[in-house]
Design a binder for this molecule. Structure first.
Ligand SMILES: NC(=O)c1ccc[n+]([C@@H]2O[C@H](COP(=O)([O-])OP(=O)(O)OC[C@H]3O[C@@H](n4cnc5c(N)ncnc54)[C@H](O)[C@@H]3O)[C@@H](O)[C@H]2O)c1
Length: 320
């Protein structure tokens, strides 16, 4: 089977490509390397099962060429930062909406299935907790808005042109190779200072954190198990933790005592969500998927990787 992964040199894409080639797929990676890294995928290219194409999803002829001959397109390439979307909504819109439209137009021409990675940010401040997929979407950020619009393009291509599409609303994915987000932020701060740890915002933001291996398993199951009729699925662990709790778990795993945790207060960043807790029963029922990794297990594996990448925190426990 020939598969295209746009954004395949990024955090989630790299792990997805690793798993796809283990299952015997031939994979093309299409990535402009704006946040993805060649160093993430050079070991995959060496296997001979992966072809790398440097390109931009805003460039339709390049996308069309990459999609041709592919049974499945995993469309992960995106501007994936909420704060950047608030500074440059124009760029965010071009990459996330126009880029997705380009993928869908090419998929329509070549008969490819499309798996789209949407985000928990499409929900905004929700009325219901846990939140199911039929919640009204009122995103707070331009990133959430561009993901919401792209979801609708997927749905309409599916309903009107029979392009098989499936939408996965990923919650906060963390794990090895993630060079952004809460875990690496806390680890970097602890490397600098083992006495005081500053949290962004109030520290009470409460979110669903999903370990990378679980996210990738959902991506693998989606094109096979869903009806591919433009439906969206919540892909989260089903458990939420505050930033304060995550910081405490990290200190416990690292065996660091006497660290004062304090919150800066205010909003962590413009467009940030205060609370996410998805109802994940639809994914369980229809995809046969459920997250398996506990937060402490996932954090331990992430910290082992952070130690290798950034160095060991003085006085921290040896984990491996
Ligand atoms: N990580 C999360 O917590 C999370 C949560 C919800 C949704 N998502 C979505 O999952 C997908 C993967 O996220 P990630 O965390 O691996 O992010 P990432 O930034 O590591 O990966 C995105 C990849 O897309 C590439 N890219 C960016 N703009 C491009 C363009 N114009 N043309 C071609 N390639 C381009 C980047 O170089 C990078 O390799 C994204 O669509 C993101 O919005 C991620």
């Amino acid at each position: 089977m020939q598969i295209l992964v746009t954004g395949g040199a990024g955090f989630i894409g790299t792990k997805l490509v690793e798993e796809l080639i283990k299952r015997g797929a031939l994979v093309k990676i299409f990535d402009d390397l704006s946040s993805g890294r060649m160093s993430n995928i050079s070991h995959l290219i060496k296997t001979g099962a992966v072809e790398f194409i440097k390109g931009d999803v805003r460039d339709f002829p390049a996308v069309r060429e990459a999609v041709s001959g592919c049974d499945i397109v995993y469309h992960l390439a995106a501007q994936s930062l909420v704060p950047f979307s608030m500074e440059r909504p124009d760029v965010d819109m071009e990459i996330n909406i126009k880029g997705t439209l380009n993928v869908l137009m090419a998929a329509k021409e070549f008969g490819s299935k499309v798996v789209f990675t949407s985000s928990s940010t499409v929900y905004g401040n929700v009325a219901r907790i846990p939140t199911s997929e039929d919640e009204v979407l009122i995103p707070l950020s331009f990133y959430g808005l561009s993901k919401m619009a792209a979801e609708h393009y997927c749905r309409i291509f599916s309903e009107q042109f029979n392009v098989p599409t499936v939408i996965l609303r990923l919650f906060n994915v963390y794990g090895p190779r993630n060079t952004k987000g809460l875990m690496i932020d806390l680890y970097r701060k602890l490397l600098r200072d083992q006495k005081r740890l500053e949290l962004l915002g109030t520290g009470n933001q409460c979110k669903d954190y999903l370990y990378i291996d679980d996210a990738v398993e959902a991506l693998l199951l989606a094109p096979e198990k869903s009806a591919c009729a433009g439906d969206a699925y919540n892909i989260g662990s089903g458990e939420s933790y505050t930033v304060f709790q995550i910081a405490e778990f990290m200190l416990e795993i690292l065996g660091l005592q006497g660290v004062e945790i304090f919150a800066r207060g205010g909003k962590a960043w413009l467009g940030d969500l205060e609370l996410t807790r998805p109802d994940v029963s639809k994914a369980e029922r229809e995809l046969g998927w459920k997250a398996k990794t506990s937060i402490k297990e996932g954090l331990t594996r992430t910290i082992v990787w952070l130690e290798e990448k950034l160095g060991k925190i003085p006085n921290a426990k040896t984990l491996h």
